[in-house]
Design a protein around this ligand. Structure first.
Ligand code: ZN
Length: 272
């Protein structure tokens, strides 16, 4: 697969100055990519980095308006600072950010709000990848994965088998861990008229989510949540329990514009 590395000719090893064989860069890259895949980072973002989040253009390469440009500039610097703060966060110190005119805000949760093509998944992937490079274990989950597993577990107790229980327990252990957790496509409504999906947040599922996130907040672990909804939409329909909602409300929020359009919320921890 792929081209043969020109540095090592495909042998994966090179000789250092002392003529001792050491791993070639291509081997290190392959190892990293294998970790990225294991923790769930979408394959399309394997090669992306923060610089790919363009400040003057939208995802289609079209120039954006100055307000969106300034929002994107702030968003990228918040993400960069979040990445830099990860080692401290793992040690129990919250992420803090200075908002002009509002002072310093602190939280363990970063909420990225943006429509499709706003770059939220790409930025999420970048955060997870940079964490791995800092030897911080992270997990990248789609919100629907969590909901589906909880729903399946509770919906039909008679069909619970070993695989189902293992998957359910694995997702709980990930959410309740003190590692970096990235949740992409968090939504309280599922689009494309997928009403069945919407109904998956039953009272059991809601309680389970709250229980998991309650454990997680006790550990004060860094969390990134990316959503295509506004704060108002997320918290207004009573879909989630009090613990999860308080995590959302307490998060540091950034707006990711797309095609010049962006959300317009007022929140104490809203950065841009
Ligand atoms: Zn090589």
């Amino acid at each position: 697969m792929g081209e043969i590395c020109k540095i090592c000719n495909g042998t994966k090893m090179i000789l250092n100055k002392e003529n001792i064989p050491i791993p070639c860069e291509c081997l290190k890259k392959a190892r990293l990519e294998s970790i990225y895949k294991q923790i769930g980072i979408p394959i399309r973002f394997m090669g992306s980095n923060l610089e790919d989040y363009l400040l003057k253009q939208d995802a289609h390469g079209k120039d954006i308006d100055p307000i969106s440009e300034s929002k994107k500039t702030v968003a990228r610097s918040v993400v960069k600072k979040f990445i830099d703060s990860l080692p401290n966060m793992i040690d129990g110190e919250p992420f803090s950010f200075e908002i002009e005119g509002k002072g310093e805000v602190k939280s363990f949760t970063l909420l990225m709000m943006g429509q499709e093509h706003s770059g939220k998944s790409m930025l999420s992937a970048c955060i997870a990848k940079e964490a791995i490079k800092k030897n911080i274990l992270s997990f990248y989950l789609e919100w629907a994965e969590i909901i589906n597993l909880c729903y399946d577990y509770y919906s039909d107790a008679s069909s619970r088998n070993k695989t189902k229980i293992e998957k359910y327990e694995k997702i709980i252990s990930i959410v309740e861990s003190d590692k970096l957790l990235i949740i992409d496509n968090f939504s309280s409504v599922y689009e494309n008229n997928n009403k069945f999906e919407e109904d998956k947040i039953t009272s059991n599922v809601r309680r389970q989510i709250d229980a998991m996130f309650s454990e997680r907040s006790k550990k004060a672990a860094p969390t990134v949540i990316a959503t295509n909804q506004s704060l108002k939409e997320l918290i207004s329909d009573n879909k989630y329990g009090p613990v999860f909602l308080s995590i959302i409300e307490d998060s540091i929020k950034i707006d990711l514009p797309t095609l010049g359009k962006s959300f317009n919320n007022f929140d104490i921890k809203k950065v841009n």
